[in-house]
Design a binder for this molecule. Structure first.
Ligand SMILES: [Zn+2]
Length: 413
């Protein structure tokens, strides 16, 4: 242990337990232009720690958030059909369950991206406010009529909004809690922005599923924390918020949606809370052993993917990748994959086409390239969308093409 030993971003204890060291990686969302290929590409350690005081699994923040979520940030939620359907279902459920009305209810979403979700509240006449620091997505949201503040969320911003009468009846944030470097400032902001009778919902990938499904490719620099229900409950409690319900969701390989209110709020804690606590406890999330085994499982997938790519190359078979998702980059760079092993990647997002994956420098092309080149294998990097993608791309069967998913184990189908 040295002076450089990091501290837990929630409870500030020293992080002495290393879970897995994935090596040096460029930023997962740092898609490169052709001109940038010849330039120096910064790499940063991707080392996962467990706080043995509060059991928050986390990585060290190596970059400022401004660098990670800059104006070129290319993730647009609206490019995934299943994600839009998920958002639409959520909106209908919340309106029904919490009796939200356009006349009375203020809806606020933190990390509202391109308005993929708030557009459905807006369409039903609700007063909506999105908070989204990324310029390109915020602009797209405004194009959908979604009022969007181009800011990072925290206690200061929340305090200002609360004073301006913008406290929320429904305050939501999907896939953002794991991304915030200062989780205490963020949750304190949620507390400030919530009306006395309001509800917070937050969705995030479940640590239990990450470990159980060997989803180590979801570990990248933009994800600072890997969250369990129990640890999030502890963090919210420290800020005067109570978790009163939890849902399990299939999104991102297995997420949970938590429901929170003020500690003195009007909601009764449901049975789901004790059930989830028991589930996490019996799985072993509060023991160190499960984290130690995880490291072994990560190394196994690394060996399997390298062997698959070597065999394909030896047999003269071409491999292309589908989906230039951030998570694919952790996997490819952990396995030292280059454009020799994977000729190209395709993605529906036009903002990514014409660029190159960070680290591996694999070119990103439009999906049509698959029909022209006819690769023998299509490696689905966003394996959580394997059904959606294998259906869309089923045409590869015509030339005997097969799909490959890397996680939880390498599988050809
Ligand atoms: Zn801690």
């Amino acid at each position: 242990m040295t002076d450089a030993t990091p501290h837990c971003r929630f409870c500030h204890a020293l992080l002495t337990e290393q879970v897995v060291d994935l090596g040096m990686h460029p930023l997962s969302n740092g898609y490169l232009t052709a001109e940038q290929l010849g330039e120096h590409e910064s790499r940063y350690p991707l080392c996962v720690y467990l706080c043995t005081a509060c059991f928050l699994m986390q990585i060290e923040a190596v970059e400022t958030r401004d660098t990670i979520f800059d104006a070129n940030y290319a993730y647009f939620s609206s490019y995934s059909t299943s994600f839009l359907e998920h958002a639409q279902r959520y909106v209908a459920q919340m309106i029904d369950r919490f009796s939200l009305t356009p006349e009375q209810s203020q809806i606020v979403e933190v990390a509202s991206n391109d308005g993929y979700l708030l557009q459905y509240f807006h369409g039903r006449g609700f007063n909506v406010l999105g908070i989204e620091p990324t310029a390109s997505t915020a602009k797209a949201a405004r194009g959908k009529g979604v009022e969007t503040l181009e800011e990072f969320f925290g206690e200061t911003l929340a305090g200002g909004l609360a004073k301006a009468g913008r406290q929320a009846d429904l305050l939501l944030g999907n896939n953002v809690l794991a991304h915030v470097p200062d989780i205490n400032d963020f949750v304190a902001g949620l507390k400030r922005l919530l009306k006395p009778s309001g509800v917070i919902t937050m969705e995030f990938p479940h640590l239990l599923q990450l470990i159980d499904g060997n989803q180590f490719d979801t570990i990248y620099h933009e994800h600072f924390s890997y969250l369990s229900f129990s640890t999030v409950e502890r963090i919210f409690k420290a800020h005067g918020l109570t978790l009163f319900d939890v849902d399990e969701l299939p999104t991102h390989g297995g997420s949970i949606r938590i429901y929170a209110c003020h500690a003195d709020g009007p909601f009764t804690v449901g049975d789901s809370v004790a059930a989830m606590q028991a589930k996490e406890c019996s799985f072993g999330l509060l023991d160190r052993d499960i984290y130690r085994n995880f490291s072994q499982k990560v190394q196994t997938v690394g060996r399997e993917l390298k062997a698959f790519l070597a065999d394909a190359a030896a047999a003269g078979k071409q491999v292309a990748a589908y989906g230039a998702a951030a998570k694919g980059n952790t996997l490819l760079n952990y396995c030292d994959v280059s454009s020799d092993a994977i000729a190209f990647a395709v993605d529906r997002n036009p903002h990514k086409q014409g660029r190159y994956l960070p680290g591996s420098h694999i070119p990103i092309l439009a999906p049509e390239q698959v029909w022209q080149t006819k690769p023998e294998y299509l490696l689905i990097l966003p394996w959580n969308l394997r059904d959606e993608i294998s259906e869309q791309m089923a045409g590869i069967r015509e030339w005997g093409g097969e799909f490959v998913v890397p996680i939880p184990r390498v599988e050809v189908f």
